[in-house]
Every structure is written in C-alpha cells, then in structure tokens.
Design a protein around this ligand. Structure first.
Ligand code: TXA
Ligand code: MG
Length: 350
C-alpha cells in the first residue's frame, strides 16, 4: 500500500490537505495524525471494517479496546448511554486535553471498538489538527497510538513513518507532540472515579474535583487483572533490554556506573537514560538526557523518543534512572517500568 504524506502546519492547518485526509477517513481508510499526547492512528469509529484495519496495521490484539476521539459534546451524547455528573466535571475542567473517560456505551458503538466490553473510552484531544480532522470528517475517530503494537508510542512523524509506512493510507506530518505520554484513562462507571492508566492529567489534578480518586489496583499489583485491557500487555518496549534503577539519586547514579562497567566488560553496548541533575556524572559514557527532575513534564515529553533513539544507536542494554512517583511521575514510571518488563533494581548504599 502506498502511504500518502500530508505535511500540515499545526498552528495554521492547510484546509485542502485536511479535507483530503478527512475524505480518506470518510471512505473507510486509516490515517495517522498528531495529538497533544502521542500520534494516533485514526478510522471512522462507526465503521467496523475501517476499525479492523487499525488492528491489522498495528498487529494489535483484538481484545484491546480503542479510544474514540471527539470534537464536541453532541458526539459524546450519541456514543454513550448517559453522561454522569462526574464526567461533566472532568470534561469541563480538562477537555480538550489528555484525559480519556470510560462511559457505558450506546448501541451505535461497534463491538470491535470496545473489544466486547459494555463500556467505551472517549477523549477530546487538545490539538488543532486532530480536532479539525474530526470536524471535517464529521465522524468520531477511533485511534490507538500510531505505533506497531508493543513499541514505544510515537511522538514524532519519523516514529510513525518507521512503524507504519506501507501499512496505512496516510500520515499527517504535524510536528512533535507535547505531553509525550498517552492520556490518563479514568473510569467513572463505578461511582468513585478510578484511574486505569496514569497520564497527562494526574491523580492530584482529579483530586481537585473529587473527594476520592482511586487507582486501579493492577497498577501496583501485578497479580491483579487490569480493568484497562491494554495494561496487561508488555508495552513501550524498545529492542534493547531495559533496566530501571530506583532509590536515592546518588545511589542510583553509583549503581548505574557499576552496571555500565559490568555490561561493557561483557562486550555489550550500554546506554544510560540520565537527567539534567546526573548527566555530567556519567562523563565519557553513552548517555541520553531525558529532562529535568524538577520539571518532570520535560521527561514525559522526551521519554519515548529517548527509547527509540537508543534503538537507533543499537544499544543492547538501557540503564534508566527512576524518578519520583507523584504527579506526572506516576505516568512516567508506569511506562518506564512496563518497558523494563519487571527488570527493576533498587540501589542502596551498603
Ligand atoms: O493519548 C492517548 O490516549 C492516545 C492518543 C492517540 O489519543 N491513544 C492511545 O490509545 O493511547 P491506545 O489504544 O494506545 O490506548 C488505549 C487504552 C488501552 O490501554 C485500552 O485498554 C484502554 O485505553 N481502553 C480503551 N477502551 C476501554 C474500555 N472500554 N475500558 C477500559 N479501558 C479501555
Ligand atoms: Mg498504545
């Protein structure tokens, strides 16, 4: 399949190119587009056949449901059974933005979108190209992240091109995504709002609206079954083996030095994922600085790109520093720990 590229300016999108891209969606094709979190791979959410093409192109397991992207409240009303008070509060405060709400679904939502669940995930993205594409196609657009299943989500056009060229109808090239991690997924169908996947809108943000906000137990207990099916898969995995090193920053840094030397002696190529605070301490070693510990949004924004860059450098081992698990740090550590597939080392002074 020939994949068409539309280069569109995210600040001032070219109408004619957007119209062409929306025609592809209307005709049942699949188009990758930027959002403020990561690039998505979109199709008409009401067309089973179009949706099946997404699963095929990504190699995505069919039991992992998709998020439906909307541009207005009328679209939400058609997709859900009812809009509870909790949802109105979240939508008023954070939409358009990086939070996905789980609703009880209406009959028009195809089973392939929800993987047979009685609920549907909906989000209004805060990105001009994404919103214009939805408006022009006059359809809700189902879109998972535009990566091959299992790989780190794409935050640049280049990532999408690498994973999906030849497999999809078109890619909109529209710059770097901002947040860099996928949206928060929050379930409001069970009374107390429950975070199924941490993301750009944090638990602390939601606590400003509700007296109680739960975290899905599966986020911290690997024996519990996650309510968000996507959370059960190994995810965000670069080709290299990832180790996360946690503890006090000075202990982390010392342990990483030791591990770096140990693996290098074994003839392996090692890369360190460092921060502004530690980068200089690893002088002479292969290092990518992902951002600032005091401004973890910068780390969120660069994380997936760094994982993919290490793959481009063909490293065998990535040693990644853990960061604090609060605020957006919860989402960063969720993705990092998954990319490590359980390889978590606690560094302690002895
Ligand atoms: O930021 C994002 O959310 C990006 C951009 C493109 O919007 N999209 C994204 O989609 O990350 P995806 O498919 O990679 O992740 C969707 C997550 C999965 O973990 C899936 O299991 C969960 O949402 N999900 C979808 N429908 C659900 C439902 N009805 N109940 C529980 N979890 C659901
Ligand atoms: Mg994904």
């Amino acid at each position: 399949m020939n994949t068409k590229i539309f280069k569109i300016n995210p600040d001032n999108p070219q109408e004619d190119k957007l119209t062409e891209a929306s025609e592809i969606i209307k005709k049942g094709g699949i188009v990758a587009f930027p959002t403020e979190t990561v690039y998505g791979l979109g199709a008409n959410a009401l067309n089973e056949n179009a949706v099946s093409k997404i699963f095929e192109a990504k190699g995505r397991p069919s039991d992992n449901p998709l998020i439906v992207h909307v541009a207005n409240l009328e679209q939400v009303e058609k997709l859900v059974e009812e809009i509870p008070q909790e949802a109105y509060k979240i939508m008023e405060s954070f939409w358009p933005g990086p939070i996905t709400i789980i609703f009880n679904k209406s009959k028009i939502v195809p089973d392939s979108i929800t993987a047979g669940l009685p609920t549907v995930a909906i989000r209004m993205p805060n990105h001009k190209i994404a919103l214009d594409l939805i408006n022009k196609s006059e359809l809700p657009i189902a879109a998972p992240s535009a990566n091959l299943s299992g790989k780190p989500s794409p935050t640049t056009f280049k990532h999408v091109k690498e994973d999906l060229t030849g497999k999809i109808d078109a890619i909109i090239e529209g710059g770097f995504t901002g947040v860099g991690l996928e949206s928060t997924v929050v379930d409001i169908t069970t009374g107390i709002p429950t975070i199924l996947r941490p993301g750009g809108i944090t638990r602390e943000d939601l606590m400003n609206l509700f007296s109680e906000v739960k975290m899905d137990p599966a986020l911290h207990d690997s024996s519990a079954i996650p309510k968000s099916p996507g959370q059960k898969y190994k995810h965000y995995a670069p080709n290299a083996k990832v180790y996360v090193i946690q503890g006090m920053v000075t202990d982390i840094q010392k342990r990483i030095e030791l591990l770096y030397n140990e693996y290098s002696l074994q003839g392996l190529k090692v890369g360190i994922m460092a921060t502004n605070q530690t980068e200089k301490l690893y002088e002479g070693k292969l290092t990518i600085n992902v951002g600032d510990r005091l401004n973890p949004e910068t780390i969120a924004s660069n994380l997936f790109k760094a994982l993919r860059n290490f793959d481009d450098m063909k490293v065998d081992i990535i040693l990644a520093e853990a960061i604090d698990d609060d605020g957006i740090g919860a989402a960063i550590m969720n993705r990092l720990n998954k990319s490590a597939g359980g390889n978590i080392i606690t560094a302690k002074e002895d």
